[in-house]
Write a protein that binds this ligand. Structure first.
Ligand code: SF4
Length: 340
């Protein structure tokens, strides 16, 4: 295990396989136009797998595919199969908005994908039209059903809770998850790159969510998972149902963060909030050996002091992290580029 400056080991890797997305969620991609990564800069599956293997050699055992929307990357099941054969990976997972899941779930399962998390911000199609500029709500529901049928259980359903948009649906989303054998996870609205409309008033905090759940269901019991580095805190409702809360904004978990991020063009980020990343594509394409690449990654991780979300807590007048022009100047700052 490679420890960073705070002793946090490098254990998990999020690979953003594309910066493209087929939704325009207000908390991530609210603008009309974006600067995309140049096509020629995108790593091939073989290049991505080789870099993932370098991370595995340094102690990473969990890999999660993200985007953008990862299912937009053609033939993603092939990448899943390649990653599944990397020695050391015990877990290959996927986070998706679900739109293309119905037609891909069985192939992904057959290729060795172990876990799927689907974003579901609302149960109301008209809200999705307004909030994500998409009329394809039914396809998300079909994707959830297909994932379940393909054997992805327990499925996780992620909801970013935004006051004034979907905060009145928390209990309905719990019941929907219950009816679909899934675990709901509520995520605080984060002021990351891309969230140009963020304001503190729109954040529904972990504490408020817990109060809401307790009012509806009765005592909510924390499920202690000692030593865990997972972002979600899990709670049990009196009837045994479990619910996750990801309190990235009001109660960040940087102290145990073991997550590295790799973008589709091979930029290595130490934190979701990091200002800059380390280009691994150039050395990879210029003939660096796996040992050379491992030295680059290990040196960056050993020097890591990032605690991005905790640093944001200390900002007195908190507003969106970047302006639109700041994001256009460097698309790597976008959450849809570096993976949420
Ligand atoms: S803000 Fe950065 S250090 Fe903190 S949990 Fe997120 S990725 Fe990890």
């Amino acid at each position: 295990m490679i420890p960073d400056r705070f002793g946090r080991p490098l254990r998990s890797l999020r690979v953003s396989v594309t910066d493209r997305c087929n939704l325009r969620c207000r908390y991530c991609m609210p603008e009309d136009e974006y600067v995309w990564l140049p096509r020629a800069s995108l790593l091939t599956f073989e290049e991505l797998t080789r870099l993932a293997g370098v991370f595995a050699g340094l102690g990473v055992d969990k890999v999660r595919l993200t985007g953008g929307e990862p299912l937009l990357r053609h033939d993603l099941a092939t990448l899943v199969g390649l990653l599944g054969r990397v020695p050391g990976f015990s877990d290959v997972a996927l986070t998706t908005n679900g739109l293309l899941l119905a037609r891909q779930a069985a192939d992904l399962r057959a290729a060795g994908l172990r876990r799927v998390t689907v974003s579901l911000d609302t149960l109301r199609p008209e809200r999705m039209r307004e909030f994500a500029r998409s009329a394809r709500h039914a396809e998300v529901l079909e994707g959830i059903a297909a994932a379940r049928a393909a054997g992805f259980t327990p499925l996780k359903l992620n909801t970013v809770v935004v006051r004034g948009f979907n905060d009145d649906e928390v209990e309905d989303l719990v019941e929907f998850a219950r009816g679909h054998g899934a675990e709901p996870r509520f995520i605080e609205y984060m002021d990351v790159g891309g969230a140009t409309r963020w304001s503190p008033e729109q954040v529904v905090s972990r504490d408020e969510l817990l109060r809401r759940l307790a009012d509806r269901y009765g005592a909510v019991t924390p499920l202690s998972e000692p030593g865990g580095s997972a972002p979600a805190e899990r709670f049990r409702l009196p009837d045994g149902m479990t619910v996750g809360i990801i309190a990235s904004t009001t109660a960040p978990f940087c102290g145990t963060c073991d997550r590295a991020r790799l973008t589709a063009d091979g930029t290595f980020f130490l934190c979701l909030y990091a200002e800059r990343g380390l280009d691994l594509r150039a050395p990879l394409r210029e003939g660096a050996s796996d040992d050379d690449l491992a030295r680059l990654v290990a040196a960056a991780w050993r020097d890591r002091t990032d605690r991005g979300a905790e640093a944001r807590l200390a900002v007195a007048r908190r507003e969106a992290l970047y302006t639109v022009s700041g994001l256009r100047a460097d698309p790597h700052r976008e959450m849809h580029t570096r993976g949420g």
